[in-house]
Design a protein. Structure first.
Length: 458
């Protein structure tokens, strides 16, 4: 057949009243070149040999229906759109039933694909010109994703897509959606409803409902969900004609979000507002923004308690391990790119404690590198700072005080190394700034010349 060896059985009926005049069974093995020669291009999804058995019926040279069974085990299957690859020799089978429609279209129903890499079932409908009319999959599973999918053409191009189901592993697709250029995604109107949306190993959104528009870039997003099933969030992204895309995130449990980043392992409550802009770079999308938190309580935070222990701040430590430290307000400028969260001159204050924070958290490697200043008795320090002339001399610049110490947190997020500078705990503001002249950065724990107390992990 077209120069390709096959086995076939052919039955022909010459009865004029017969609804089916031709029954043909074809079996053979075909590589991707043979499939193209037969007019069955695989769009480079299937590479290598496959086995096929086709039972086809026709009526006076007009296609009626066909049952198709495929052995995909020898082939490489690469579905780049959903990041799925099935290697050669891994077992895989597919089957479907195709029937002609009255208008010349084709309905492919009872479609099934089973393999270790992916499984699906559903139907596909094509128009008379074999353009896509619809895809309805009652099951699509790959990796940690388990969903149902419906897809329709979108005028003038692209697709309208609805996804719902128990779980979606969104991590591999995030960069493609947030990139401004260079993505091979088609235009999309997408709606998603899922119980779990996995973003990374540390972060999962629960009870997600989302709608988005994508044309060359993510133009619009509106979503609700709960980070790690404890921090409800509302996310909105819009594209402004005059500038970059704007991202807003609001929530009622800032502590839950802080725990998901590894910043505090037992933060509770607090309202959250994030305002940010998105831009593209050679390394991928970059998010620059500011996080504002009010009413956050931190209890039994491992890293913070080790800092307070090293600094001999036992009173504050007792509060931390009891009802927790209350922070009236926190202001956290940040940048997020390529799995890295950079904290830039963050500040938080409450009745018992003030704190500054700079550094980064590598989400991919679960590594933290942070340094800053802790100001015990923040309220007292603030009052002293209001004294004309003397207040400035004693307290120093913003975020410091008469009683302050510098600290560093670095290493694995679960068990970092803590360092504290004891000199600053005794030095008034002007002396602390004087020491900083000789060290460059007053709180940098990576400077070996400074006299740090160090708490090893464990």
């Amino acid at each position: 057949m077209s120069g390709i060896p096959v086995d076939f059985e052919w039955e022909e009926s010459f009865q004029p009243q017969s609804e089916v005049t031709t029954a043909l069974k074809i079996s053979g093995r075909f590589d991707d070149a043979a499939l193209r020669k037969l007019g069955l291009p695989t769009a480079d999804i299937i590479v290598g040999e496959i086995g096929a058995v086709v039972d086809m019926r026709a009526a006076r040279k007009r296609f009626v229906d066909a049952k198709v069974d495929l052995d995909l085990t020898p082939a490489l299957i690469d579905i780049g759109q959903i990041k799925v690859t099935k290697l050669p020799s891994r077992p895989a089978r597919a089957s479907f039933y195709a029937e002609a429609l009255d208008d010349g279209g084709v309905l492919v129903s009872d479609a099934k694909l089973t393999s270790g890499a992916i499984s699906l079932s559903g139907l596909v409908e094509l128009g008379p010109d074999r353009s896509l009319r619809r895809i309805d999959l009652d099951h699509l599973g790959f990796g940690r994703t388990d969903v149902a999918v419906s897809m329709r053409p979108r005028a003038p191009n692209g697709y309208i897509l609805a996804i719902n189901g128990p779980a979606i592993d969104a991590g591999p697709f995030l960069d493609s959606f947030f990139e401004q250029t260079g993505s091979d995604l088609p235009p999309l109107n997408l709606s998603v409803t899922t119980r779990e949306m996995i973003l990374s190993e540390r972060r999962t959104l629960f009870d997600v409902s989302a709608e988005l528009n994508y044309v060359d870039q993510l133009e619009f997003l509106q979503a609700t969900g709960s980070v790690n099933n404890e921090a409800p969030l509302k996310v909105t992204l819009i594209t402004t004609p005059e500038g970059p895309r704007r991202l807003t995130i609001s929530g009622t449990n800032a502590g839950g979000l802080a725990r998901s980043t590894g910043l505090f392992d037992d933060a509770v409550g607090g309202s959250l507002l994030v305002s940010a802009s998105l831009r593209d770079s050679d390394e991928g999308p970059v998010i620059d923004g500011r996080m504002e938190i009010e009413g956050l309580r931190v209890r039994q935070a491992t890293s913070l308690s080790r800092v307070l222990t090293l600094a001999s701040l036992t009173g504050i430590l007792e509060v931390l391990n009891g009802d927790g430290l209350q922070f009236a307000r926190a202001d956290v400028p940040f940048r997020f790119h390529d799995g890295m969260l950079e904290i830039i001159d963050a500040r938080a204050f409450g009745p018992s404690l003030g704190i500054t924070l700079d550094g980064e958290i590598n989400g991919d490697a679960d590594e933290i590198s942070m340094f800053g200043t802790i100001v015990p008795a923040y309220t007292i320090n603030s009052v002293l700072g209001e004294i004309p002339l003397i207040g400035t001399l004693l307290v120093g610049k913003q975020g410091q005080g008469v009683f302050a110490l510098t600290y560093g947190v670095r290493g694995p997020v679960e068990q970092p190394i803590i360092t504290v500078n004891p000199l600053s705990a005794l030095a008034p503001g002007f002396l602390r700034n004087f020491f900083a002249i000789f060290t460059g950065a007053p709180a940098d724990p990576d400077d070996p010349s400074r006299p740090f107390l160090e708490d090893q992990p464990g």
